[in-house]
Ligand binder design. Sequence first.
Ligand code: FRU
Length: 493
Amino acid sequence: MTLADFEPKRPEVHFVPPMGWMNDPNGLVFFEGEYHLFYQFHPFSTVWGPMHWGHAVSRDLCHWQHLPIALAPNEEGACFSDSAVVDEHDVTGLFDGQPGLLAFYTGHRVLSDDPEDYQQSQCLAYSRDKGRTWQRYERNPILLPPGFKDFRDLKVVWHSTSQRWVMALACGQEIHFYISHNLLEWQFASAFGEGEGAHTQHPWECPDLFELPVEGAGPDEPETRWVLVVGIGATPDNPFGSFTQYFVGEFDGQRFSNDNAPGTVLMMDEGRDFYAVQSWSNTPGWQLALAWLNNWQYAPQSPEAGWRGTMSLPRELALCATHCGVRLRQRFARETYQDGRVMDTVSPRSALAVGEHCLALPGQAAVRGQLTLSLEARAKVALSLQQGYQQRLILAAGSADIALFYERQGSNSQPAFDEHFACDHAAGSVDGRTVTVEWWCDHGTLEMLVEGASEQRAITQVSFVDHVHQPVTLAVISGQVAIEAGAIQRRPE
Ligand code: FRU
């Protein structure tokens, strides 16, 4: 069998559409006990097409109930990505004084036979019944493009200091900020992006904006910072395909200022498959986000089984002070830990011989694991979490840090569906000599969070292994390596 005709299995813990094609998460909002997940959806085909908003809800972020399509293409065009908010105090006047849900979406209208000849404008829909049915706002569009062809994907957030709503909207290769008191009329405030972070030939996409406390901030450092997340699509000038960068800085209600030098590029994930990230609006406590677990470079060719596209696990986001500045830290949402899994402990071992060590025997189900290793300088190990296609995480210790590489090249032993899929790539580094790797391996996906002394790297990959019944092995390639602790969890068989 080749990877090209491999038929993916439905994952156990990751969200996938009931059928058809799925890309970006949209309109993530928590309302009256339910997490809403809308998504870019083409229900009639496993290839991207006229975009609908698919819809699902969950009370625990683990079990999702599919609901009818929320928005379908009409004369405004297809419904591209955007966000949703709760209009708690009915500032729009659309909810008879009650709280209600607002979904902002990009109307994408193709103007001729050429699919590249399009206009994008911002539109609004509202729901008075907890998202079960949606009406389009009669004065749509609420924003027309001010001379930008690519004018799509917005995130609306409440800015409590200025007591106003703020919209971050991707316009060409910038993010434009708009402000509003009533969520209907929006006024341009500022633009951010020129000369900042990564730029390719592709427009910026899918912005997100949120404020978080800084864990570990010193007495003279600010207690909170703002994060601006920006997606960059796949173009031939960029060998990685689509990826997600973020900026840390200050947002005063009108303007975002970057804390880092303009040339700094912060990757939200060092893997190849974490795109179109969006955080949930209105969550009761922590900041939660989720991404489309794929890459525009090869997603359209990737194996399918009547459905194509997977979401990442929901992740909790935090900001931490590290030795190189304030950086994002991610954890798998706490809800994903609570489903009665059995736990195998990996015994500590002080000096591992060079060669391969089996840490857990094959099981029958999705696996969550955690392993803490100590590496002396110049030690090198390879962690195989899914051996089906020889994919490995390589950890190579330097004098004060541990460099990370992800090998997917082994996938070449099976003819891949796309030349870009089977690549090996650097995945950043973490500080210190002790590292904890936490991972979730499900059918078709592998998500890893690698934590050093103060830095963390997330590495997310689609994997297309034919099953998850793989042993977990650690190969010591060279040097002194110890297992400090470890645990592997599976659902009982
Ligand atoms: C990002 C994206 C968005 C757009 C949507 C269309 O993945 O290209 O910019 O709104 O997908 O499906």
